[in-house]
Design a protein around this ligand. Structure first.
Ligand SMILES: *[C@@H]1O[C@H](CO)[C@@H](O)[C@H](O)[C@H]1NC(C)=O
Ligand SMILES: *[C@@H]1O[C@H](CO)[C@@H](O)[C@H](O)[C@H]1NC(C)=O
Ligand SMILES: *[C@@H]1O[C@H](CO)[C@@H](O)[C@H](O)[C@H]1NC(C)=O
Ligand SMILES: *[C@@H]1O[C@H](CO)[C@@H](O)[C@H](O)[C@H]1NC(C)=O
Ligand SMILES: *[C@@H]1O[C@H](CO)[C@@H](O)[C@H](O)[C@H]1NC(C)=O
Length: 437
């Protein structure tokens, strides 16, 4: 027992030392240390410099540097320590912040730092940005420069329509979320009264707006008739009477994207309203499964708990990304909540590993940098077993699965039944869990 403990303590120490070494070689911009490679007399290695552009401090973003940095550093360490991968080359990176002084992703700061990085370092690839509004201008520049841009953020559907040919997305995109919603609607034969209900304050990176855009484009593709009901949850009071009026007149199948607290309040208001409750289904789009952190997502310890529990038993399905054992977990900096967001760190890790393999396949000669387009194409449509990615389709998106759970008094059932309006076979197993391709 004591021996084992000593062994594992030893390996932890080793990993720590190696990581510290890496920090020395490639830290933030302007903090480079010269490495004295005594005893190494091989031919000089050529540096492959990557330019990383991510939010430096604001960990509300799943792609914030404190979340992603450890994963990227680990990928770089792994690549540099593999003599079979990119021989005679040394991967290194420079980092720049995409935030404005208030810590918000800035669509003016990001392209400026991208230009600075391009001219100062001629990077072989850009890692990030992650916010959709910052990835857009940088993606146009990288197309112009023919440099691959690898991200596990930038989930908006616009990135897949062909004007950003240098972007490779190893994260879960909203197009995929939309396809999942499409399968649900097809499965249940829902073609009318489908309502996209979401919070959008038209500020920052508009996560619900972009998520709903993914649903909109996919559901429209088979002519499902769609309505929307938009509210601003950061400008209280939210007019629930208005939302209920919308529900009554335009909706039966409600896809809802907002914070778990607002969703709970909405369900309570719905339950208290004089409506034929059995005719409605609510699908809560919870991108990082925030609401499942608690076994009782309706509970807040206030006087509304009892009624909220009742309300959560209407057809209320939660759509979220399935948990994957992402072993990057240990690399998360202490004190960061939101481990579901690790899927994004996993996506960046995969993206970098994939890039290294694609680059290696071009049989790099010293002093040459292959065309970015060539590398990007080599990254697409290939099977790759990574942290999040199994296969990248030709549209270059990660196929990480979405999944769905029903909330019934806190028990996660794997079947759905339907009380009214459109009769369905009872207890039909959810054939679409983990839809791929
Ligand atoms: C590679 O980068 C390191 C710093 O990361 C620098 O010390 C070294 O001189 C560079 N090598 C070449 C060949 O440019
Ligand atoms: C990388 O490329 C070299 C040279 O073509 C090759 O020998 C090596 O097997 C490749 N490494 C991997 C991991 O595929
Ligand atoms: C959707 O509607 C358009 C125009 O009415 C029609 O051309 C198209 O075939 C329809 N698509 C599907 C999948 O029903
Ligand atoms: C809320 O919406 C209802 C229904 O549309 C409307 O009658 C009412 O005036 C609104 N209340 C506020 C405070 O805007
Ligand atoms: C992707 O691969 C499949 C077979 O694995 C092939 O049929 C398809 O044409 C490829 N797509 C692209 C864009 O290369």
């Amino acid at each position: 027992m004591s021996c084992c403990r000593a062994c594992s303590a030893g390996s932890v120490l080793l990993v720590l030392l190696v990581l510290l070494d890496l920090w020395g070689v490639s830290g933030h911009l302007g903090h480079h240390h010269r490495r004295h490679a005594r005893g190494h007399h091989e031919r000089p290695q050529q540096n492959i410099t990557l330019a990383v552009i991510l939010p430096e401090t604001n960990t509300a973003y799943p792609w914030a540097w404190p979340r992603i940095g450890p994963a990227l550093q680990r990928a770089i360490l792994k690549i540099n320590s593999d003599p079979n991968l990119l021989p005679n080359h040394h991967l290194t990176y420079v980092f720049k912040n995409s935030e404005n002084p208030s810590g918000i992703c800035s669509e003016s700061v990001a392209p400026l730092v991208a230009v600075d990085l391009e001219f100062a370092y001629k990077p072989w690839a850009f890692i990030g940005p992650g916010c959709s509004y910052t990835a857009s201008p940088v993606g146009l520049f990288t197309t112009h420069w023919d440099v691959p841009l690898i991200t596990a953020g930038a989930p908006a559907v616009a990135f897949l329509d062909g004007i950003y040919p240098t972007i490779t997305n190893t994260g879960p995109t909203h197009k995929k979320l939309g396809r999942f919603a499409l399968r649900i609607c097809e499965h249940f034969g829902w073609r009318e009264y489908v309502t996209l209900m979401f919070s959008d304050n038209k500020e920052d990176d508009r996560p619900c707006y972009f998520a709903m855009e993914g649903l909109y484009t996919e559901l429209k593709s088979i002519n499902i008739s769609l309505q929307d009901s938009v509210f601003e949850e950061n400008k209280p009071p939210i007019n629930y009477s208005q939302i209920l009026a919308d529900i009554q007149s335009i909706g039966r199948v409600m896809f809802v994207c907002c914070s778990p607290d607002v969703f709970r309040r909405l369900m309570i208001e719905f339950w208290n309203a004089d409506l034929p409750h059995e005719q409605y289904v609510f699908l809560f789009i919870d991108l990082f499964a925030d609401s499942l952190r608690s076994r009782q997502p309706w509970a807040r310890g206030d006087q509304d708990d009892a009624i909220a529990k009742e309300a959560f038993q209407v057809q209320n399905l939660q759509v979220f990304r399935s948990r994957r054992e992402v072993d990057l977990l240990q690399l998360q900096r202490a004190g960061l909540s939101g481990e579901e967001m690790n899927i994004i760190a996993g996506g960046f890790y995969d993206g970098l590993m994939l890039y290294a393999h694609a680059l290696n396949e071009t049989a790099l000669a010293a002093g040459t940098r292959p065309p970015g387009k060539l590398i990007s194409e080599k990254m697409w449509n290939r099977t790759f077993h990574g942290q999040c990615t199994d296969k990248l389709s030709h549209v270059s998106e990660c196929l990480s699965p979405f999944t769905i759970q029903e909330q019934q008094g806190g028990v996660h059932l794997n079947s759905v039944w339907w009380l009214g309006w459109r009769p369905l076979e009872t207890a039909a197993p959810l054939a679409f869990v983990g839809v791929s391709s």
